[in-house]
Design a protein around this ligand. Structure first.
Ligand code: ZN
Length: 336
């Protein structure tokens, strides 16, 4: 609780102050069921209840095809599912009061098999389990969509991408004014339709628009072996937040446990055209972040890739022009 309140104060002290706050979070994207990635959720949900949250919340995560089939068929979770199966955890959270009724705000619980793109909603208030035709998006999201990406870990897992819509370029009002176009003509051009002038000249709508802004892509890997299929299939990623559990001297551990090294994270970043890579999830054996950072920077070989290290509570901003800035709390201020 203290950590949570402290962080809120720090965000407010940002210049200009950040309006980010937990009450505004629309979705919790779980990457897999290992407890170091999930166990804070229940207390956080309770904290939101104490804060009198009213906004609806979507909670979404990966499961296996077998568990999904069992849930849809009204069967118990198969014995073959790992202890860290998210369906087990969701059911136990529900029994501990994490329901819309118990919390006082609407929570939707979604599980899916990412590879087959099959999704199911658990409704702990009614006890129903309903198959969904598509993965739901967070309520009110129009400019950004959430996309699960398949990864490789020892339990069902996925990465998450936040992708903005492509934006059309600015309408060139100066050019329209110089040509003394009527409001109607400008509207036509603005809506993408060519306009013919009385003298026979055709004005092409495309010549009145600046270059469109391509979709921005932020990917968070969760735990995975390097070069996860869903991530390397992408192109033009602006920001990749990737796990780097191990160093190169323990690459065999990384391979065996389906984790990544810092250099593996770089190989993934290069494969998906990432411009900025944030390394996170270091093994407790790594005492000094400069070591994975040096290993990572050692193999980029002239590629346009910035690499930074994540610390708890950092802010990583993706700006409209595609630039990324990474801010760390220094004790009394934010440093970029
Ligand atoms: Zn894990």
């Amino acid at each position: 609780q203290t950590r949570y309140a402290e962080h809120r104060k720090r965000l407010k002290s940002q210049k200009p102050p950040s309006s980010l706050k937990a009450a505004k979070i629309d979705v919790v994207c779980l990457t897999h069921g290992h407890l170091d990635h999930t166990w804070g959720l229940l207390p956080w949900l309770q904290t939101m209840a104490l804060d009198r949250r009213t906004n609806p919340l979507l909670i979404i995560g990966p499961t296996s095809a077998e568990t999904l089939a069992a849930l849809i068929g009204g069967q118990p979770i198969p014995d073959t599912a790992p202890p860290a199966e998210l369906a087990r955890q969701m059911q136990s959270w529900h029994s501990l009061g994490a329901t819309s009724q118990g919390l006082g705000y609407e929570v939707r619980w979604i599980l899916g098999d990412v590879q087959s793109d099959s999704w199911v909603e658990l409704n702990p208030d009614t006890g129903e389990t309903s198959p969904l035709s598509v993965m739901p998006q967070p309520k009110g999201w129009k400019q950004v969509r959430l996309v699960p990406l398949s990864t490789e870990h020892s339990v069902p897992s996925c990465a998450w991408m936040f992708e903005s819509k492509e934006k059309s370029g600015k309408f060139n009002r100066m050019k329209a004014a110089e040509l003394r176009l009527t409001t109607e003509q400008q509207t036509e051009l603005g809506q993408g339709r060519d306009v013919s002038l009385p003298d026979g000249t055709v004005l092409e709508a495309s010549s009145f628009r600046g270059a469109s802004i391509r979709p921005r892509r932020v990917v968070v890997s969760g735990d995975t072996a390097e070069q996860a299929p869903g991530i390397v299939a992408l192109d033009g990623v602006d920001l990749l937040v990737h796990e780097a559990t191990f160093l190169e001297d323990t690459q065999d551990h990384a391979t065996e446990h389906l984790h990544s090294t810092a250099t593996g994270a770089v190989r993934t970043a290069l494969a998906c055209g990432a411009k900025h890579l944030v390394l996170t999830h270091f093994s407790a054996r790594i005492k000094d972040g400069s070591v994975p950072l040096a290993e990572a920077n050692g193999i980029i070989d002239g590629a346009q890739l910035d690499i930074t290290l994540a610390h708890d509570g950092d802010r990583v901003l993706l700006h409209d022009n595609g630039d990324v800035s990474h801010h760390t709390w220094t004790g009394n201020d934010w440093a970029a």
